[in-house]
Structure formats: C-alpha cells, structure tokens
Design a protein around this ligand. Structure first.
Ligand SMILES: Cc1cc2nc3c(=O)[nH]c(=O)nc-3n(C[C@H](O)[C@H](O)[C@H](O)COP(=O)(O)OP(=O)(O)OC[C@H]3O[C@@H](n4cnc5c(N)ncnc54)[C@H](O)[C@@H]3O)c2cc1C
Length: 437
C-alpha cells in the first residue's frame, strides 16, 4: 500500500500517475494545497498570484489535457516601480527611464563586473551551482554595484528579511534573469528585448481561479480522504497515525507536508536528523487581497517594489489574468508582504500601509471605494536557501528515502519550485514507485 499525505499538486499528481494501490489523505476539506482559490463578494483570489510558467512540454500537455485546453496564453506585463517611475521587468535589462545618474551607475557597474569575469565566464557560470558563494557576492559579481544598489539588494533584503550574505546562491540559476551585456546596454537606452527571463509568457485558466487545476485531477484519482490530518509516523512499524484515531500501514509513504513537520511527526527519527530539520528556516507571506470599485486600476499584471518606503515587495492584478476574477467595473489586487520567525503584523496596519503605499504610487486614488480587504497568512511560503539548508536537506531526504518515505513537492523537498515542478515531482515519484516490487 502506498500512502500519500497531502492533496496539493504534488500529492494529486503522484496519485494520478500511480499504477498501484494507494490512499491519499488531506487535512483540509478540499484539495489544492497552496494552489487554491477563494471567492469573496464576487472576487476570486488565489493565494497571491499563481501563474503557470511551463518549461516542460509533458507537464504543459498534461495540464492542457486536464483543463480541456481552457488555458489562456498571456504575454507578461511586469514592471518595477522605483524612483517614482515604472521600468520593465527584469530591472537589470531595462534601466531606461530611470534618472540618468542611476542608469549610468547601473551600466558602469555591470561593465566593471563584466570586465572582471568576461562574457565567456558569465555564460559558463549561468546555471552552474557554486556551493560556497553567498547570494550577496553573486549579485555583485553578476550585476555589479549599480544594479545591486538600486534593485537587487534592497528588493531581496525586503523579501528575505535577512542579510544576503547569510543566503547561498545555489538556487538563483533559473529564477534570476542573467542578461547578456548587449541586453543591458540596449535596455539602458530603451531598445531592449521584451522577453528576458523564465516567464515572458504565462498561462492561466480561461475561467475561474487557479483552483480549477487541482480540481481537474479529481475524476482521475480515487481513495481520497479529506479532513484527515496525519500527526504521527512510526518508521519502525511503517504506520501513519491520523488525528481521527486511525492508523494506516504503508509499504511506501509519499509526504508533501512541510519537511520540518514531517520530521517532527517521526517520533523514532534519530536526533541528528531532528536537529538538522529544526535548523530549516522559511519566510511567511501576508497575502492582502483588495477589491476596488473602479475599472482597471492598472493595465499591468504584476509590479515589484524594491524601496523601503513601501511595505510590500510585490503587487498583482488578478482581473488582468482573467476577467472572470472580478465583477464587471471592479478591479482586484493582491499585495504581498513577507514576514519571518512568526513575527506577526496587526491586520489594521497591514491594510493601512498597503493602501497608503498604493495611493503614494498612484495606483489607488484617495477616494477609491475598497469593497474587499482580506488577508491570508501563508505560513510556509518560501524555504530559506541558507548554507544550513544546503547541507541538511540532502541528508534528511536520503534518510527518509532509506526508510521508504519520499518527501516531495515544494515544502516536502524544502525548495523554491513551481506548480509545474510539483506536478513533475509527483509524476517522477509515481514512476519510481511503479517500478518497485
Ligand atoms: C506566495 C506564493 C506565490 C506562488 N506563485 C506561484 C506562481 O505564480 N506560479 C507557480 O508555478 N507556483 C507558484 N507558487 C508555488 C506553488 O504554490 C507550489 O509550488 C505548489 O502549489 C506546491 O504544491 P505541493 O503539493 O508541493 O504543496 P502544497 O500545495 O503545500 O500541498 C501540500 C498539502 O499537504 C497538506 N498537508 C500538510 N500537512 C498535512 C498533514 N499533517 N496531514 C494531511 N495533509 C497535510 C496541505 O494541506 C496541502 O494540501 C507560489 C507559492 C507561494 C507561496
């Protein structure tokens, strides 16, 4: 028997691809995990923006099949708001329009960094993991002083809530766009390319929120148990105990719950593994969802805010992903604020700071009627890529797999990955299990 814990995309995809007996247990009353949506006063919100960026043809084909091709392909309109103006994403390849001395600093810094390394070395280094380099050193080496000062350092410090020399750089290869020198120069004089980075286009369901994706798995899976929370695992007896008192025996366990929670539940785990797991850190995100009684408060998809005077690091506009997400004549927004170590920010302050910042940036007007102000706190939003994670995660995952437990998905593998990756992890894990006796 294969037991799957969690019916987010990784758990659902495992079940979908398994050719053996399995049962799937989810603690919530619905499937989807973080890939869920909720509706309030006619607005549909995801747990901040959830856009599909496909890099694997097989997963794109699967999602398309599941959704009966009801997916729109959309060209991104993503910008950075700094020095009171919008520049196109990614900042490093689009400095045109910023004050001239800022453009000069960015350009000269990039050229200096380029001369130190040479384009050849940059080319070779992209995608290669340097295990000892800090994220801060990587930023200066890759982009130079100006881009570091005006975007990379303030944005990332605001987001990660920690000094960047505490972070490793082994996760940046696909996430942070690394333009060539000609792109940086072209972007500084206003003739840059528009499709730099991993997400120049994205896909989103034609109708409804992103929850249509996990829901589309349902006709293809069985043995789904909702409202059942796993809370104890015996490695020796190969049993999972649930909060409702049931004990279930497994041959293999696929867990998609956050890795530190899984280890906490494994009473008979060695203390070395427990200690490694306790050191894993994460960032939480307040997802502030607003509904505004005004058509098209913005024509953009999402915006980055590197400056300290804004409490949020990113803002997005769901009504521009799909018109079905907001009532006619209204706009919808999500505003993202990160927090760490359980440091809570009062709800009133979160909303006031968000609304005041949006007015200051010229997105909201003082007399706008805000009909929805709702906040969701996403506890495990981003795994922190520090040097402890780099050492600890492979040891923990190996220990678990030696004990017939596959801990997968974004939080199970404790990594910065996407919906597509979660579906892919589920597929690969099921294929591995299908081959076992
Ligand atoms: C703010 C934010 C924005 C994002 N934006 C994007 C985006 O634009 N595009 C993109 O591709 N990806 C995005 N992602 C990532 C995406 O949400 C995840 O990669 C994906 O949903 C992870 O799926 P999963 O199945 O691995 O984990 P989860 O969705 O977390 O699923 C795990 C499931 O396990 C259940 N569970 C946990 N503990 C127990 C227990 N003890 N017993 C039973 N069940 C349990 C949970 O309830 C949950 O349903 C974003 C993530 C965040 C945080």
């Amino acid at each position: 028997m294969i037991v799957i814990i969690g019916a987010g995309l990784a758990g659902l995809s495992t079940a979908y691809h398994l050719k053996k007996d399995y049962a799937i247990y989810e603690r919530e009353h619905e499937v989807g995990g973080l890939c869920k949506s909720y509706t309030i006063d006619g607005f549909t919100f995801d747990y901040t923006g959830h856009l599909l960026h496909f890099r694997k043809k097989e997963i794109k084909a699967l999602v398309s099949r599941l959704l009966d091709s009801k997916l729109n392909e959309i060209k991104r309109r993503a910008y950075i708001f700094s020095k009171n103006i919008y520049t196109e994403y990614p900042f490093q390849a689009n400095t045109y329009g910023l004050p001239k001395e800022v453009v000069k600093e960015c350009l000269m810094g990039f050229i200096e960094a380029f001369l130190k390394q040479g384009q050849g070395a940059r080319g070779k280094g992209q995608g290669k993991k340097n295990k000892t380099e800090t994220f801060e050193d990587w930023i200066y080496k890759t982009f130079g002083k100006g881009i570091a000062k005006h975007f990379m350092i303030p944005f990332n410090e605001k987001f990660w809530k920690m000094p960047l020399d505490k972070l490793s750089s082994d996760w940046v290869s696909w996430l942070v766009p690394m333009p060539k020198i000609e792109d940086v120069v072209s972007g500084a004089i206003g003739v840059g390319k528009k499709d730099i980075g991993y997400n120049p286009i994205f896909h989103y369901p034609v109708n409804g929120g992103i929850d249509v994706l996990p829901t589309a798995f349902l006709p293809h899976i069985n043995n789904l148990n909702l409202n059942v929370k796993a809370n104890r695992i015996s490695l020796k007896n190969k049993t999972v105990s649930f909060a409702n008192g049931d004990d279930v025996k497994y041959d293999y366990l696929v867990s998609t719950m956050p890795l530190p929670e899984l280890i906490k539940f494994c009473g008979d785990c060695p203390s070395k593994i427990k200690t490694l797991s306790k050191g894993l850190k994460y960032i939480s995100v307040y997802d502030i969802n607003l509904g505004i009684k005004r058509n098209q408060v913005s024509d953009k998809h999402w915006l980055y805010f590197p400056e300290k005077e804004y409490s949020f690091y990113r803002v997005g506009f769901p009504m521009n992903f799909s018109a079905s997400l907001a009532p006619e004549g209204y706009s919808s927004m999500y505003v993202e604020v990160s927090h760490k170590d359980g440091r809570e920010i009062p709800k009133g302050k979160l909303i006031n700071d968000a609304v005041n910042g949006l007015i200051k940036a010229g997105i909201l007007k003082k007399d706008d009627e805000i009909t929805v102000k709702d906040i969701v706190d996403i506890k495990y939003a981003y795994a922190v890529y520090d040097f402890h994670r780099q050492k600890a995660v492979p040891i923990i995952l190996k220990y678990l797999s030696d004990n017939n437990i596959f801990s997968i998905g974004r939080y199970g593998a404790w990594e910065h990955t996407s919906m597509e990756d979660a579906i892919y992890h589920g597929k690969v894990t099921a294929q591995r299990l299908n081959k076992k006796a």
